[in-house]
Every structure is written in structure tokens, then in C-alpha cells.
Design a protein. Sequence first.
Length: 301
Amino acid sequence: MESTGGPYLNTAAVTSPVGIARLLQMTFGCTTFSLVAHQGGFSAAYGTFCMFVWTFCFAITVFIIACEFTHLHGCLSLSWGNFTAAFAMLATLMSVTAAVIYPLYFVQVGCYPIGCEVRDFRIAASVFAGLLFIAYAAEVFLTRAKPGQVTSYMATVSGLLKIVQAFVACIIFGALVNDSQYGKYVATQWCVAVYSFCFVATVVVVAFSVTGKTALLWFPFERSVVVYTFGAVLLYMSAAVIWPVFCFDSKYGSPRRPSLCAKGKCPWDSQLVIAIFTYINLLLYVLDLAYSQRIRFVSHL
């Protein structure tokens, strides 16, 4: 066999600062879901979500390390830099969510009724879940685009914000399906259309960046992204005005939480969550628009 002129294994994949962060991610992730599966335990949708996060992130991290260590990522039809940057940001958001949810619903100070051993396992799992979040956040910090640096789009502030925007939209969708009564008015249905359109468009932008297919489009991708971001700001501004009016104005909804509303099954609570995260996403899109003026897209990295 002819030599390719270089080493077969990329040791920098596990010895560089980013490689060490990924090894820690793999270690902390495996430890977390092992502690939960062995003795800590989980139940209901919250526990299932946490286990999914830890196992999913662990599997993708192992895949990334294996591909970079063996140079196999060069055989994939992906923009590898965009893929790893997007996953690191997504894993950071998912892991911090799980690190908050699991101790909130499953950790308690006393031993009754679960027993001291189970309690200790759950506390240990919560600690490693927090360390897992720190490890993913460290990778985002290490791989983010520096001023003047030519890098993948998803490693820029604008690219990372796209992942956060999509994640926040998923939280809004979760609140919408939790008896938010969004179908009561045409105006609130318009807000749902805004959330859905912006989410789909953002996912499409991320998908084209990760697959490295932006150069194949017949229109200028970078200009289209900026135009879309400006449109998303306008759409979210309309939702930020309409949703609170039709949910919390006394003429259409309730300014205060109804006293007889059951905890966890109250439409007013879901409406409040949606309003809060609507303003959060509006701010994210505004920041995205501001940063998008300062970057240039590179599709082949």
C-alpha cells in the first residue's frame, strides 16, 4: 500500500485542549448516565429527557473523537468544523438543561422514602451532570471564532446564536402544547406561525452550513441569511407585542394567575413561559443581526 504522506492517527484529537475537553465530556457523560441507570433511577418525562441528553451527547462525542483520531471525518460529506461547533453548542444547552432538571426533580436532602444510597447516587449524578455542562461549554469557548480569524460559520457568534434560537423555540413549542390555549384567537395563532417559520428557517440555515452545501445554492447564501435574520426580528417583534396582549390583557385573558388554576396544568403558566422566551428569542435575533454584519461565510471548513 502506498503511504498517504502523513500519520494514520491524529494524536492531537486527544491531546489538544479541545481534545482533552472532549475526553472529559465522554468521561463525565458516561459516569452520569451510569450512576443514574445503576442506582440513581429516573422516571416520568423529565427523567427520560435527562437520560436521552446524556446518552445522546455521549454517543455523538465518541463519534467525533473517533473520526478525528482516525481522520475518517474527511470521508464524510459534512462541513466538519460547522458540525462540531454546532453540536458543541447544542450539547451545552442540552446538558445545562438536564443538569438543572435532574436535581430539581430527583434530588432531596433526606433519605426517606428513596433511601440514603439512592439519594447519594442521585447527588453524585447531579455533580457529574454539572461537570459535563462545563466540559461542553469549555469546547464552545475554545473553538469559538476569534476576531479576524477565518473559521466555520457555526463557530462564529452568529452561528452559535442560531443553535440557541432553535433551542429556545423548542422550549416555546413545549409550552404551546402544554394547554396554552393558543387556538383561542387568530392573533395568537399568528404568533405560533411566527415561532414555527423562524424555527424551520433557522434549522435550514444550520443544516446547509453543517452539510457544506451553501456553495451549491443558486442564490447568495450569506446575504439570504442576513435578510432572513432581519425578517425574523420583525416577526418576533410582532409576536412580542401580540402574545402578551391577547394572553394577559383583561379584555382577552387574565393579568394575574387564576387562583384555582392547578399547578403544572395551568394555561396561564404556559402563556407566561411563552411570553418570556419570546422576548429572549427576540433579543437573540437582534444580537444575531448585529453580529452578522461583521462576519464572512466560509463553507468548506
